[in-house]
Design a protein around this ligand. Structure first.
Ligand code: SAM
Ligand code: DTB
Ligand code: SF4
Length: 349
């Protein structure tokens, strides 16, 4: 295990006794190699508890130490196989168990996918993520996906797929076809997961992530905030991610998009909505605990609005989904994002 000392310097500002921020530090791995977490839950919770300005200061310092200050990666999503999924993920409009108006469509062909990838590249995206509403990948479906990956890779884009669980050998084939990243989210903390998904276990997800890592693919793994989880559970999700060895290269943080017909559209009725600053805090904690990762401000940007997005960039988010659609739901349009980038002095990367 590598020794991570990614913490920013303590503040040396001399404006009073409380000017020096004593940052919670990750525990080193025990010498005997036991599984002591580098980021114990208590240390992650302590980050969440920091005064907002202190948290933002640390996140921004970490961000600047490891990344260009004002560059944001543009990643475009395409749903290559929409709807009809057998899983019961309570947030998802593509589950066949819920009536959401999302139809079950066949896998897109190479021409449709390369047309979308070409438009994304022309609009400035450098990364292209193809998503399929599958529980897992059937071998007969893998072959056409390999063609899609090869075609998008040949266009000079960074490639990413999210296709559900992978069996032995499938990650290697995706890698050989030209895949750079595989996205597979943990979604939430282990102790909240059973409230959200019952048709696959947390361990199933970890097993797929291990296959992805072993095949030499880069890992894209994150979760969803705002599903009714507690702050401790948000910290639990970040802990799961940050304590992976190595942690994911790419960490999408989604804000729940409540879609009519899904259980989470109504289950949260009557509960206070997640405070937007709590979402910003989650981004900041992800940045501090995974300093070199690309932290992607993912689903929910339309609902967050410009000011909260600006705070998310300040908190260390350095990637977005770009283009007016996510998989089945809307995203800010390209013109709106260009205007926001101009206003904030951000450059597309
Ligand atoms: N079916 C594959 C799987 O679940 O592994 C890949 C596609 S799935 C739609 C990819 C991710 O999108 C989910 O893991 C979840 O984190 C995110 N997602 C889906 N619906 C969402 C929603 N309504 N709000 C926020 N994030 C969502
Ligand atoms: C991720 O973490 N978020 C993206 C991507 N990975 C595949 C998906 C967001 C989906 C939002 C709901 C929808 O559009 O269907
Ligand atoms: Fe299916 Fe993925 Fe949606 Fe779950 S998140 S229902 S696995 S498409």
């Amino acid at each position: 295990m590598t020794d991570r000392t990614d913490l920013p310097p303590r503040s040396t500002a001399s404006c009073g006794a409380d000017a020096v921020i004593a940052p919670p530090r990750p525990r080193r791995e025990a010498a005997d190699g036991d599984a002591a977490a580098r980021w114990p839950l208590a240390a992650i919770e302590a980050l969440f508890e920091l005064p907002f300005a202190d948290l933002m200061y640390r996140a921004q310092a970490t961000h600047r130490e490891h990344h260009p200050a004002n560059a944001v990666q543009l990643s475009t999503l395409l749903s290559i196989k929409t709807g009809g999924c057998p899983e019961d993920c309570a947030y998802c409009p593509q589950s066949a168990r819920y009536t959401t108006g999302v139809a079950n469509e066949p896998l897109l062909d190479v021409a449709a996918v390369t047309a979308a990838a070409s438009a994304a590249r022309d609009a400035g995206a450098t990364r292209f993520c193809m998503g399929a509403a599958w529980r897992s990948v059937k071998d007969r479906d893998l072959e056409p996906v390999l063609e899609l990956v090869a075609a998008v890779k040949a266009m000079g884009l960074t490639t990413c797929c999210t296709l559900g669980m992978l069996k032995d050998g499938q990650a290697e084939k995706l890698k050989a076809a030209g895949l750079d990243f595989y996205n597979h989210n943990l979604d939430t903390a282990p102790d909240f997961y059973g409230d959200i998904v019952t048709t696959r276990d947390y361990d199933d997800r970890l097993a797929t992530l291990a296959r992805v890592r072993d095949a030499g693919l880069s890992v894209c793994c994150g979760g969803i905030v705002g599903m009714g989880e507690s702050r401790r559970q948000r910290a639990g999700l970040i802990g799961q991610l940050a304590n992976m060895d190595p942690y994911p290269e790419s960490v999408p943080i989604n804000h729940l998009v409540q879609v009519e017909g899904t259980p989470l559209a109504t289950r949260l009725d009557g509960e206070p909505a997640l405070d937007p600053l709590e979402f910003v805090r989650t981004i900041a904690v992800a940045r501090i605990t995974m300093p070199r990762a690309m932290v992607r401000l993912s689903a929910g940007r339309r609902e967050l609005g410009e000011a909260v997005q600006a705070l998310c960039f300040l908190a260390g988010a350095n990637s977005i989904f770009y283009g007016d659609r996510l998989l089945t739901t809307g995203n800010p349009d390209v013109e709106a994002d260009r205007a926001l980038f101009a206003k904030l002095g951000l450059a597309a990367a």
